[in-house]
Ligand binder design. Structure first.
Ligand SMILES: [Zn+2]
Ligand SMILES: [Zn+2]
Length: 242
């Protein structure tokens, strides 16, 4: 068999996993790209001003230091949670199809949006010892077939050269958070996470990863557990912010 004959099946398999079509509009794109230029341009960015701690957008101009309503009167255990994009329009659509529609290949454009957080001033010059994905409960992961945060964290780990570590596990099967307000979310999450057996995070500077940041309660609870285990700092990054 010629070399070309051997290579051909690999090319075909490769194209099944990485179709050179825009994930949103099916326009053709260059190999290795997942969105066409026009769809990329439509992804809504999180524009300043926003909260330095939780990235909540603040409407209007800021003339003095403002306190964020999302952060007020509670302790968020991460140093900062960073997203570059808003979960609106095509960003929201892709996140939804990725998570609930079994469209695993969408991890690629989502991981690109996630990786842009590393250019944010809050993360740019930091060193991280580990990238840790927010875990799913084992039963939820079986149901879905994958952990969306882990797939994104894996890709980011590869591009950023930071080791991936599944340090956390989710031990409570919490009901969906969407119907809850902020304090109910916090209560619902109590004791939902713990460090995996024999994992030692002492001295670690952690970059915690999730697909989307809503109120920050989940990320905060994960950060609390990591710090209780001895992590020095926990920054969080997500593909988008609600
Ligand atoms: Zn497109
Ligand atoms: Zn805030």
């Amino acid at each position: 068999m010629s070399i070309a004959g051997i290579r051909e099946p690999f090319r075909v398999i490769g194209s099944l996993f990485y179709p050179a079509l825009c994930a949103v509009c099916d326009d053709s794109v260059a190999t290795g790209e997942y969105l066409c230029a026009s769809c990329r341009a439509k992804a809504p960015r999180l524009n300043p001003p926003f909260c330095a701690k939780c990235s909540e957008a603040f409407p209007g101009a800021i003339t003095s230091a403002f306190s964020c309503a999302n952060c007020a009167h509670r302790t968020l255990h991460f140093e900062a949670a960073v997203a570059v994009y808003r979960s609106r329009g095509i960003v929201r659509k892709l996140l939804h199809q990725f998570k609930y529609g079994q469209q695993r290949h969408l991890k690629h454009p989502l991981a690109l949006w996630l990786s842009e957080t590393l250019d944010d001033a809050r993360l740019r010059d930091r060193r991280f010892d580990a990238i840790v994905p927010v875990p799913l409960h084992a039963a939820r992961e079986r149901e879905r077939g994958f952990n969306q945060a882990e797939l994104l964290a894996e890709l980011l780990s590869g591009t950023a050269g930071i080791p991936l570590h599944g340090a956390l596990e989710r031990i409570r099967y919490t009901t969906t958070q969407t119907a809850y307000d902020r304090s109910e979310r916090m209560a619902n999450l109590r004791n939902a996470f713990r460090l995996r057996k024999n994992v030692d995070v002492r001295g670690w500077r952690v970059l915690l990863i999730d697909d989307v940041l809503t109120t920050g309660s989940t990320l905060s609870e994960c950060a609390r557990v990591l710090k209780q285990g001895g992590a020095i700092s926990v920054y969080a990054a997500t593909a988008a912010r609600a």
